[in-house]
Design a protein around this ligand. Structure first.
Ligand code: FAD
Length: 454
């Protein structure tokens, strides 16, 4: 039997395999249930080498699928705060040396500058890890490669979606100035918020927030203050619908903010957070300015044909916290494992129903409630200054802190206490009403009245 050489590596494909793909006849020889021959393993392209893509590629390659991981800029750094939960370290075997800072103290600061220590219930071995994305991403990519994934440093420019379900997808990409093409059976779209893969399969749009961040190198004494401390600021001055942050990194802090409803004003809000933290960052030098979209919701379509979207491309960032790294890695891994399972280790062709059953359903069963709950919280607490005052007030409650941190750090719903839950709901309502009343009083207060007395 004649053989052809694969364009990217020396793996040989049978001509039979090629002919079956090239056929345009509707009598499909290559049914989704049909076993592939040993010489023609399932071929998967993962587009995007962030946490989602690397985790997908690692799972695919480890499970026996011929895997190609495309990353356009392996030396780049994704604009990101870099905060990851404790459970990710174990679950994804992240070595300690990748962590820049271990945050054990957190402050949340209200519009009126009411400050609450938000890490009081953390146990001695608990912390939030701060990583630099260039470090984390490169580590995860290298690990995927060591498991057998072919890492291709290239920009994917176009994807040809076949007309018939049994034909391959053609990936067009550029390396240097050269245009190349690779045919694959399955695609994992892990190419972030501006996903080209999502466009190719008409996955539909989602609303996006814009996040803006400055990396600021501080004088030593100022950096000392942020050694293991992260700060969250809320208020109309820093964002009309999100929060602003100061996160410590290895030798600098990341100061940023985000918004969905008022994107043209993002620089004004960045100025707002700068003003609020001014005394703490005085003398600092801006070393990098970055901005990037953050998806607000999952896309209308996340699986079509033999293409699945993961991470930001799918829209897996939680409202309220803007957390996406863990969910990117987790969805990538779940999708990779789903393909391995459905293809029986790369020996069987898969179809849309396999991806929906083994990946999408598993994901939605596990996380959709968390996403909806955080969406609701964002609506309740981030919409106005009185609601933000109530949020900060509530964050002072130790029960609220314990529940929040357990859910964030371990990604499972913390075991509650019915009586404490009841008290929490009551005090939430109480805080909202009190802060609203106070807010109303303040709104109706005319400053010119005060001016007459001074
Ligand atoms: C300012 C900011 C702060 C944030 N802070 C946090 C935080 O503290 N904690 C947290 O959990 N989340 C945070 N997030 C969210 C987090 O960054 C994302 O959810 C996460 O990066 C998603 O990972 P991903 O792998 O899906 O996509 P990405 O990290 O966006 O990776 C996509 C990759 O695909 C590559 N790519 C794209 N198109 C192509 C192409 N055509 N060809 C080849 N390669 C391509 C890109 O170069 C990139 O490497 C923040 C986001 C922003 C914008």
């Amino acid at each position: 039997m004649a053989a052809i050489t694969h364009p990217l590596h020396s793996h040989t494909l049978t001509l039979k395999h090629k002919l079956i793909y090239k056929t345009q006849t509707p009598c499909y020889k290559f049914k989704p249930t049909q076993k592939l021959t040993i010489s023609s393993r399932l071929r998967a392209a993962v587009i995007g080498g962030g946490p989602a893509g690397s985790s997908a590629a690692e799972a695919l390659a480890s499970g026996g699928v011929e895997t190609y991981l495309f990353e356009r800029s392996p030396d780049g750094a994704k604009p990101c705060g870099g905060a990851i939960p404790l459970c990710m370290l174990d679950e994804f075997s992240i070595p300690q040396e990748l962590i820049d800072r271990k945050v054990t103290h957190m402050k949340i600061i209200s519009p009126s500058n009411l400050t609450v220590d938000f890490g009081k219930t953390l146990k001695p071995n608990e912390f939030i890890s701060m990583v630099r994305r260039e470090v984390l991403d490169s580590y995860l990519r290298t690990r995927a490669e060591s498991k057998g994934a072919n890492v291709v440093k290239a920009l994917v420019t176009k994807i040809d979606v076949p007309d018939l379900y049994n034909q391959p997808y053609d990936i067009h990409y550029t390396v240097g100035n050269k245009m190349k093409k690779l045919s694959v059976d399955v695609i994992v779209g892990a190419d972030g918020a501006n996903s080209r893969v999502a466009k190719a399969i008409h996955a539909g749009d989602y609303a996006c927030a814009i996040a803006f961040q400055e990396r600021i190198r501080l004088p030593d004494d100022k950096m000392e203050y942020y050694q293991n401390l992260a700060e969250m600021y809320v208020g109309n001055d820093v964002s009309p619908d999100f929060y602003a942050w100061v996160f410590p990194k290895c030798d600098h802090v990341a100061v940023g903010t985000g918004t969905v409803c008022s994107k043209p004003d993002i620089k004004k809000f960045q100025q707002g957070i700068r003003s609020r933290v001014l005394p703490k960052i005085a003398g600092g030098k801006v070393i990098k300015v970055e901005a990037h979209p953050i998806p607000e919701h999952p896309r209308p379509v996340r699986v079509r044909g033999r293409v699945a979207l993961v991470g930001d491309a799918a829209g897996y960032v939680t409202k309220c916290s803007g957390e996406g790294i863990y969910f990117a890695a987790k969805s990538g891994r779940m999708c990779g494992e789903a393909i391995v399972k459905a293809s029986e280790g790369g020996y069987r062709m898969i179809g849309e129903s396999d991806l929906k059953r083994e990946y999408l359903k598993q994901w939605d069963d596990k996380y959709i409630t968390t996403f909806r709950f955080l969406d609701l919280l964002q609506h309740v607490f981030y919409g106005s200054n009185y609601a933000r005052e109530a949020l900060v007030e509530l964050c002072g409650d130790e029960y609220v802190q314990r529940m929040t941190f357990e859910s964030y750090l371990y990604k499972k719903l913390a075991k509650g206490d019915r009586w404490e839950d009841f008290k929490m709901v009551s005090s939430t309502i109480g805080s909202l009403i009190r802060c609203k009343l106070m807010g109303k009083e303040m709104e109706s207060f005319d400053p010119s009245v005060l001016a007459k007395f001074v």
